[in-house]
Design a protein. Structure first.
Lengths: 115, 308
């Protein structure tokens, strides 16, 4: 079931997420809601999709039970701000961030962790 | 031959998008450049219930409609770009992006909006998203049965403090003055809420914790006494700062760094107009930004046609 209204592909199940990170070297997933701190991150990801074909960009609904795999990830311990954004490299979490991120912060993480 | 737009709009909030809609619908070749996201502060508004003609709408939904309208009239929108240089004087105005691209236009509308003020105290970066928040709608449910501090004394601070009591066990409002700037009904609502307490004439001096926020340092501005208060979270609502720094020294601003404009939204530079939250004015609402953007677009259109 889809919860989010964005132009990036929404992952609906934990199994789909696992398949995606297994099959792609560089994956960024923004786990959030249609709220003020999350929408800016989705918009930035939409723009980066064209510029960075080597990275796969996805969203996942924070309120879906399927996203517990992100909500309860050890890398997200102590996170208290939406969205939770995950950067996966070769199937493993390379970086996780909490709360809104701007273009510079996101591209910096992509350069550092998913290059 | 290099492209010269009729009107270039800097900023894609309510003012910028409205200007884009009016200018492009008037058949002017219009470009919107935005260093932030499309929609500006509107996106940060969960529910807009006082926009005439619409009973209630999510901020992002209104943004989607406005962006669609502007694009349908032929307006080009480039968001999340970094502008490194402006040339506002002369007949042709310029904006240069970080990647070297230069955009030119016969007229410019400055609509850079504002950004939430932060306290700029030790621990701020460390605990953002780990106890510090600027959005109750987004993050309140992380603080179920927790102790919270709300910083500020305006409408947002008091209204959000009341909202946060639906989640938190207690909310302490810390404010620098001995009175509130909020409307009387908002103050009354907060004062009669049993979960809310007040620390007046005080300011936060530091955020402290280990991985997540655990306490804050507070200075009593009258006695200069510094104390510590344990908390699980801090929500900051201390207003907005106009994004005018890049234009200071060129475009005339007042003591609050807001653009000074005349009723036609003209700045001190011919062909340069300003609109929205970055201009000097009393009220900042989506509706007032839409109005400013409309006036600026019509004035810029007149300017371009008169100088063609």
């Amino acid at each position: 079931m889809k919860y989010l209204r964005t132009n990036i592909h929404e992952i609906e199940t934990a199994a789909e997420l696992q398949k995606i990170i297994n099959e792609n070297e560089n994956v960024m997933v923004c786990c959030g809601r249609m709220g003020p701190m999350c929408i800016p991150v989705y918009e930035i990801m939409e723009e980066l999709e064209e510029e960075r074909p080597e990275v796969k960009f996805y969203s996942m609904a924070f309120d879906s039970p399927e996203s517990s795999v992100i909500r309860n990830a050890p890398e997200c311990r102590g996170f208290m701000g939406l969205p939770f954004t995950m950067y996966y490299k070769n199937g493993k979490v390379a970086k996780a961030t909490t709360s809104i991120q701007n273009m510079k912060q996101i591209t910096s993480n992509l350069d550092q962790f998913l290059s | 031959m290099e492209k010269i737009y009729d009107i270039m709009i800097l900023g894609a909030g309510a003012a910028g998008l409205s200007a884009g809609i009016y200018a492009s619908r008037g058949k002017l070749d219009t470009l919107i450049l935005s260093e932030g996201i499309t929609g500006g502060q509107m996106v940060l508004t969960n529910e807009i219930a006082n926009y005439p003609g619409v009973e209630t709408i999510k901020g992002y939904e209104l943004v989607d409609i406005m962006r669609g309208q502007a694009k349908s009239f032929g307006c080009t929108i480039k968001a999340n770009v970094k502008i490194v240089r402006y040339q506002l004087s002369g007949e042709i105005k310029e904006a240069e992006l970080e990647d070297g691209r230069i955009f030119r236009a016969k007229s410019i509308i400055l609509a850079p909006g504002g950004k939430p003020r932060s306290l700029d105290i030790p621990g701020e970066k460390e605990f953002e998203g780990r106890g510090i928040s600027y959005c109750a709608t987004c993050d309140a449910d992380f603080f179920q049965d927790k102790r919270l501090i709300v910083v500020g004394g305006g409408n947002s601070a008091l209204e959000e403090a009341v909202t946060l009591t639906n989640f938190a066990s207690q909310v302490t409002i810390v404010h620098q003055f001995d009175h509130f700037q909020a409307f009387a009904h908002a103050v009354e609502e907060a004062k009669k809420n049993p979960k809310i307490s007040f620390i007046m004439e005080s300011e936060l001096r530091a955020y402290m914790g280990n991985g997540t926020l655990e306490k804050v340092q507070i200075e009593n501005l009258k006695t200069k006494e510094i104390s510590e208060l344990e908390t699980d979270g801090v929500f900051v609502f201390i207003g907005y700062k106009p994004n005018t720094d890049a234009f200071k020294g060129t475009v005339e601003v007042n003591e609050k760094d807001e653009f000074i404009v005349d009723p036609a939204m003209r700045t001190n530079i011919p062909g340069v107009f300003a609109a929205g939250d970055s201009i000097a004015k009393r009220y900042r609402q989506v509706t007032t930004a839409v109005s400013d953007g409309t006036i600026a677009a019509l004035s810029a259109t007149e300017y371009v046609r008169a100088n063609d």
